[in-house]
Design a protein around this ligand. Sequence first.
Ligand SMILES: Nc1nc2c(ncn2[C@@H]2O[C@H](COP(=O)(O)OP(=O)(O)OP(=O)(O)O)[C@@H](O)[C@H]2O)c(=O)[nH]1
Ligand SMILES: [Mg+2]
Length: 394
Amino acid sequence: MSMSTVESTRDAPRERGPGTPPRVSVVIPCLNEAETIEECVRRALAAIEAAGVPGEVVVADNGSDDGSAQLAEAAGAHVVHEPRRGYGSAYLAGFAAAQGEYIVMADADLTYDFGYLPRFVAELDNGAEMVIGDRMDNIHPGAMPWLHRYVGNPVLTGTLNAFFRTGIKDAHCGMRGFRRDVLPRLDLRTTGMEFASEMVIRAAKEKLDVRQFPIEYHPRGGESKLSSFRDGWRHLRFLLVHSPTHLFIIPGAIMAALGVLAAAVVLAQIDLFGRTWDLHAMVAGCLLMVVGVQVLALGLCAHAYGTYFMGERDPWFDRMRARFRLEHGLLLGAGIGFTGLVIAGVIVGIWIDRGFGDLSEERLAVWAATLIIVGIQVFFSSFLLSILGLRRRD
Ligand SMILES: Nc1nc2c(ncn2[C@@H]2O[C@H](COP(=O)(O)OP(=O)(O)OP(=O)(O)O)[C@@H](O)[C@H]2O)c(=O)[nH]1
Ligand SMILES: [Mg+2]
């Protein structure tokens, strides 16, 4: 393609004159989509025309080596080049180049129908800050593999909603619209497919007005860039590391509670399931206690880090830190550890009493050791929490 065509298509949006910036920017990420990118750009431009609003099509090319970028430019798109691979990287470059008041995003593979563009614009005109399509009830045959439709998508969207209560039905839908001025609040950073989850979670955390409506999902042209397990894991990992409550606090609390319960059953010699429980149950219970407390402490530190260094807001953690101070943790840890020492002292007393003879206080010994360990964990974790809060501003 000659340079002059490239230049003239790149300048296309500006032909409307300097006084009319685009209202809508359609942003399309593209990695080797030569088969479909031209048609995609054409349909996006036609949709902008049909919507009757000034607009532009921005294609974020992710280092395609099949001529996709040239095809996109020839079809009338403004092409930006992002050499760093990844769905998120491509979008971040595309968003940075977009000039519209609204951004509508969709894949370069003809899976999404640009005919919905006016609906996205209308929802944004009506006050929505973000609009997300919902494909799940309108998936055309062959458009989505069984694994994604019945496992990946429901599990990941379900997890996302359990953790972040977004109410979004199809958290991985790639056709979305949003006001460009919410981008600084979203502060998006991820580079891969987890970008789709990041957008939804950040929008929920910022309490944006997010709306959704059903759209159709068509079979893809060209080769899929999605890798089910790698990208599924990237989403799940993202959800976990952004919710210390679900990653640490809930599992830690469950383990610690089960551990205390098991130890109590053994120490009180309670009959459970028609039998008494002894040393093995005690060891298992104490293991759960130690691990549970450790995981809980890590969760509190993760919350502290999120709150003090990442501007996260978690009502539960905020209540906890309003109620408890370093000294509370130190007293609790010292109290638990001291109780363990007293029990250990009692065992030594029994031993002395028996003239340093045979001793069989294994259950108590395990309990004493556990309390000492847990006491030390609580004591020093409290200091670590306090260190994390040293530079906080509030
Ligand atoms: N996965 C991936 N997609 C990229 C990348 N760069 C740009 N893209 C574009 O991002 C869009 C989404 O990728 P797709 O392969 O369609 O992924 P998907 O829509 O989740 O999966 P399909 O249903 O198979 O289309 C496409 O337009 C790609 O061309 C990249 O590095 N990785
Ligand atoms: Mg796709």
